[in-house]
Design a protein around this ligand. Structure first.
Ligand SMILES: *[C@@H]1O[C@H](CO)[C@@H](O)[C@H](O)[C@H]1NC(C)=O
Ligand SMILES: *[C@@H]1O[C@H](CO)[C@@H](O)[C@H](O)[C@H]1NC(C)=O
Ligand SMILES: *[C@@H]1O[C@H](CO)[C@@H](O)[C@H](O)[C@H]1NC(C)=O
Ligand SMILES: *[C@@H]1O[C@H](CO)[C@@H](O)[C@H](O)[C@H]1NC(C)=O
Ligand SMILES: [Zn+2]
Length: 959
């Protein structure tokens, strides 16, 4: 999937844009998501939810169940070869049951690997028709005789159909298992489900699917593990006039009521897709005409798919060259769905997206919306090889799929939009985000043991920031050495494992081969030795350079160094750290740090800067003299220090101050230098960090002085943009300058710059007077709506709600939805919270992020916390179980927690709901408790300190 944190990525941006709501999660952004991206728990119609909750996600390893059907992993006795699946979704309500349903038949041919009298196959929430009194019919193939069925039943908890036989299946022989079934086409965003929207005044229904990670079993009985690859013969039955899509090309044409598809390649169940809709499409003229973008008819007619189509062609070309492997399939479809839980899903040949991740309307979408389409499309296309052609063996290695796709995503996006400098943003969107969660003692190693990940909830938990973003930076260093750039290793890896599955050491093998065979390449250690330290132990080091002695050391970086790490590491929390550095503006020879070592020429009176261009995954601390030298350089001429490192110095300093005895005077220097900084990346880095101060202080008496100080620092940037945009009548041309303009306005408004309030309120009022003509530039909508609603009252809110309900473009709706959370009026916020659980008002996919927006507002936070505590049982059953959104909810609502009282409430919450459970939010809850504890300590140690220097500094400046 696209990462959950695509959502957060957007929110990150949006966050800062939207004044009071602006809360980029600087600490623990774990729950991605995105793929903006999230999923929900089913209604407990068959007790699944109850059972899952009764066994918390950690318990599966505690007891050893006796029977194979009590294990969450399939036995290794059977291996699927091919399936024939026919599905018939009904897009109208079934009169007798009152449900939307689908019916289906499936036949799977499997090979027996070990003699057995038992068939265990995944099956969830399907009503199987009895065939001769049993749930399935078994036939022997190629002369094999099938034993008769003794008994069969559905094992609800582990989601199996279990069939006991009267005799044994014989190793080496093949059999066919046939089933007939009926399922609900629910609105739960999982398996085969339905999405609804309004067009031409009427309700329309789409049947669509989301199989990752464990929902294919909800569409048809299958061996639902990624290594159980097979060929799928798919047929969809549907009404005339609707279009059926699946992974392969259709072979019967689309004007018939039954559409058969060519057999798929050998592939995993989680990459299947079935869609029936009356959508329209556009086709690319690029090379072959098999690249298509699908969406609602109106969206296609208005050209909203054009940008995605424009970038898909070049990116496919790029990836084929990069991987040196042609696109593996006969066609590439991408489709935008009104209801979709993740951000996007890389189904092989039929990629599904949220509308906001695929559709782009130049007239009303912002620069951020456009970039999101670009990067998500790049990410999903990258998966067509990495993930789909070669697939992880089991979900514990999810990062192998996602980490690599997240890396290559930037290469593809950069190729399609070379002027955007998109790679610069990895520091903000990936590195800083992972740092925040990976610095907690409750973090986890990138790679988990296979046996630690079993149940669906445990699998969902793997979809987090660490899986997506950590390896990126660890690999980055090797990439810079040229291993992957030479492209020999991914190509040989893809060739060897095409249509097959791998574990991470397979990739290391190929990287190591590349090292040995590429002339001029050498490493002090094997790829395995270097990489395993980064993936088998959690966290990352802080490297300390003492420029007085030249000594350089490393230490496990923990946000709170006093927190207890109870997870032992095979490497004792030491890493092989590649140190690229510069001194006095000149790049020096690189070092590999494992144990304490000395760099002889690191001493002297010139500044030393390490982790050049942040090519390594670590923080850097220096002796105080060197910090001062660096900061002097920043205040005299900051451009001598590379852009990315300016952002990194800011982030390191803020984070080291928190606990590492770096004097807070550092921040004073840094925030002062910012008044001269005009580049986006360092400012964004600073704002995210300052946001932590704001979160910790905005309910206390210290806030006034902080706000006053920051107002002074942001004003020059605000005025700078006012000037270069000729009084806000234009938009800057540079991609990152456009982001920075948004930041300047939103932060200025948030810090109370009066001109900013007037600007945003006037624009909004102009729109209210003439709703058909919105005068606000798309880039600025989020921040203008938010600030105007925050400054306004019921009239502004109701107007925005009306506009939200009328919005036909998903990105516009999303901007309004986040801005509605900006009001300061408590009853409006409470009403909005109620709306968030009403699917007729807020789509289910948007429920948790809406609550999070409200919690981001200082007035809304306590209301949101009360709300989720009061409704936890309901929220969990209706909306829980997803990969990203659910942990996002816990993270979001507790982000400000910083008092003993809140910690007590949080622990009480955990206790009170232990029986209901937290599902995929379990880890997030632990992180929230740890983070709250750290916040309490931070506030205790820093509040006074910070206030003191702020007051002094205020005086300095006022004089
Ligand atoms: C699937 O259908 C095709 C064509 O109808 C047939 O040749 C094949 O044997 C079937 N396979 C299975 C698994 O039933
Ligand atoms: C499946 O069977 C159960 C029990 O008879 C029934 O309540 C449910 O509605 C059925 N589901 C579908 C989709 O037919
Ligand atoms: C797509 O490409 C065409 C041809 O280059 C161009 O005219 C059009 O503006 C592009 N559309 C978008 C939305 O970028
Ligand atoms: C998949 O890879 C494994 C391990 O390398 C190998 O034994 C097996 O033959 C491969 N299977 C296919 C279908 O290529
Ligand atoms: Zn992905």
């Amino acid at each position: 999937m696209a990462k959950g944190f695509y959502i957060s990525k957007n929110m990150g941006l949006a966050g800062l844009l939207i004044g009071a709501v602006a809360v980029v999660i600087i600490i623990a952004l774990a729950a991605v998501y995105d793929k903006e991206k999230t999923k929900n728990q089913n209604k407990p119609v068959d007790g699944v939810a109850m059972l899952t909750t009764a066994s918390p996600t950690t318990s599966s390893t505690l007891s050893t169940p006796k029977d194979p059907w009590e294990h969450y992993r399939l036995p290794d006795s059977l291996s699927p070869v091919s399936y024939n699946i026919t599905l018939w979704p009904r897009l109208v309500v079934n009169a007798s049951t009152g449900l939307y349903i689908f019916t289906g038949q499936s036949a799977v041919v499997f090979q027996c690997k070990k003699d057995t009298d038992l068939i265990v196959i995944h099956c969830n929430k399907l009503n199987l028709t009895l065939l001769n009194g049993h749930h399935a019919r078994l036939t022997g193939l190629d002369g094999a005789t099938a034993p008769t069925v003794k008994t069969s039943w559905l094992q609800v908890k582990t989601e199996y159909l279990v069939i006991q036989l009267n005799g044994k299946l014989t190793a080496g022989k093949s059999y066919r298992l046939s089933t007939d079934f009926q399922g609900e086409l629910a609105d739960d965003l999982k398996g085969f489900y339905r999405s609804e929207y309004t067009e031409d005044g009427g309700k329309k229904v789409v049947a669509t699917s989301q199989m990752q990670a464990t929902f294919a079993r909800k569409a048809f009985p299958c061996f639902d593990e990624p290594a159980m690859k097979a060929v799928f013969h798919i047929t969809l039955i549907h009404q005339r006039g609707t279009v059926a899509l699946s992974n392969g090309r259709d072979v019967d044409g689309t004007e018939v009521t039954m559409t058969r598809f060519e057999p798929t390649k050998r592939m995993s169940t989680y990459l299947l897709a079935f869609i029936v809709s009356d959508f329209d499409h556009i086709t690319g003229s690029i090379e072959n005409n098999n690249v298509r973008i699908w969406a609602r008819r109106k969206a296609i007619a208005e050209g909203h798919g054009n940008y995605a189509l424009n970038v898909t062609g070049p990116m496919l070309k790029f990836f084929q060259r990069y991987y040196n492997a042609s696109y593996p399939l006969s066609k590439s479809d991408q489709i935008a769905l009104p209801d979709f839980n993740a951000g996007a899903m890389e189904n092989w040949g039929l990629i599904t997206y949220r509308e906001t991740a695929l559709l782009y309307d130049p007239a009303i979408s912002s620069v951020g919306n456009k970039e999101r389409v670009l990067t998500v499309v790049a990410h999903e296309l990258a998966h067509m090889w990495f993930g789909n052609l070669v697939t992880l063996r089991w979900w514990n290695d999810l990062w192998l799929n996602e980490g690599f796709a997240s890396y290559v995503e930037y290469l593809g996006a950069d190729y399609a939009e070379p002027t955007w400098n998109i790679k610069e943003q990895t520091i903000l969107n990936d590195v800083h985000k992972v740092f925040a969660v990976d610095a907690l003692a409750s973090s986890h190693p990138l790679s988990r043991k296979e046996e630690e990940v079993n149940q669906p909830d445990e699998i969902s938990e793997m979809f987090n920031t660490i899986s997506y973003s950590k390896v990126l930076y660890v690999l980055e260093h090797l990439l810079q050495q040229g291993f992957l750039c030479s492209r020999t290793s991914p190509t040989s890896y893809l060739n060897e494992f095409a249509f097959n599955n791998t574990v991470y050491s397979d990739l290391w093998d190929h990287l190591q081969k590349a090292v040995l065979t590429t002339p001029g390449m050498s490493l002090p250690h094997t790829v395995h030795d270097i990489m395993n330290r980064w993936i088998l132990q959690m966290g990352f080091p802080v490297v300390t350079i003492d420029t007085a002695t030249g000594h350089i050391t490393q230490k496990h970086f923990l946000l709170d160094p006093d927190s207890v790490v109870d997870r032992p590491s095979p490497y004792n929390y030491t890493w092989l750290v590649p140190i690229k550095w510069m001194k006095g503006g000149v790049e020096r020879e690189q070092h590999w740090l494992l144990q304490e070592t000395g760099i002889s020429n690191a001493t002297g009176s010139e500044w030393v800067l390490a982790n050049l261009n942040v090519s390594g995954y670590y923080r850097v601390n220096y002796d105080m003299d060197n910090w001062e030298r660096l900061l002097n350089q920043l205040t005299t001429d900051h451009t001598v220090i590379p852009l990315i490192n300016r952002a990194q110095i800011v982030d390191d300093a803020f984070n080291l101050i928190i606990y590492y005895q770096v004097p807070s005077v550092l921040i004073l220097y840094i925030t002062r230098y910012l008044s001269q900084e005009r580049d986006y990346i360092p400012w964004e880095s600073a704002l995210r960090n300052l946001n932590y101060y704001i979160l910790m202080f905005d309910r206390g008496q210290a806030y006034g002085v902080l706000q006053g100080y920051l107002k002074m620092q942001i004003t020059p940037l605000f005025e700078y943009f006012r000037t270069i945009t000729v009084d806000w009548t234009r938009v800057p041309t540079g991609h990152n300058d456009q982001y920075n303009q948004i930041n300047a306005i939103s932060f200025a408004c948030r810090m109370g710059v009066e001109r900013c309030r007037v600007l945003t309120s006037d624009w909004f009022r102009e729109w209210m007077l003439n709703p058909d003509h919105n005068p606000i530039h798309p880039n600025l909508k989020t921040t203008v709506y938010c600030n105007a609603i925050a400054a306004g009252g019921v009239a502004e809110w109701d107007f925005a709600w009306q506009m939200f309900k009328n919005a036909t473009v998903a990105t516009e709706a999303a901007k309004l939805r986040s801005s509605l959370a900006c009001t300061k009026v408590p009853w409006l916020l409470n009403r909005y919270l109620d709306y968030s659980l009403d699917p007729a008002k807020i789509r289910k996919q948007d429920c948790t992020s809406t609550i999070n927006y409200i919690a981001g507002n200082v007035v809304g936070m306590p209301l949101a916390w009360d709300f989720i505590r009061a409704r936890w049982n309901y929220i969990y059953t209706e909306y829980g179980g997803g990969s990203f959104s659910f942990s996002n909810l816990i993270n979001g609502v507790t982000r400000r927690f910083s008092t003993e009282f809140e910690l007590k409430q949080l622990k009480q919450f955990k206790e009170d709901n232990a029986r209901v459970g937290f599902g995929s939010g379990t880890l997030a809850l632990e992180q929230a408790i740890e983070r709250t504890t750290a916040n309490i300590k931070w506030v205790a140690e820093n509040q006074e300190h910070v206030m003191k220097w702020l007051r002094n500094n205020e005086k300095v400046i006022l004089l």
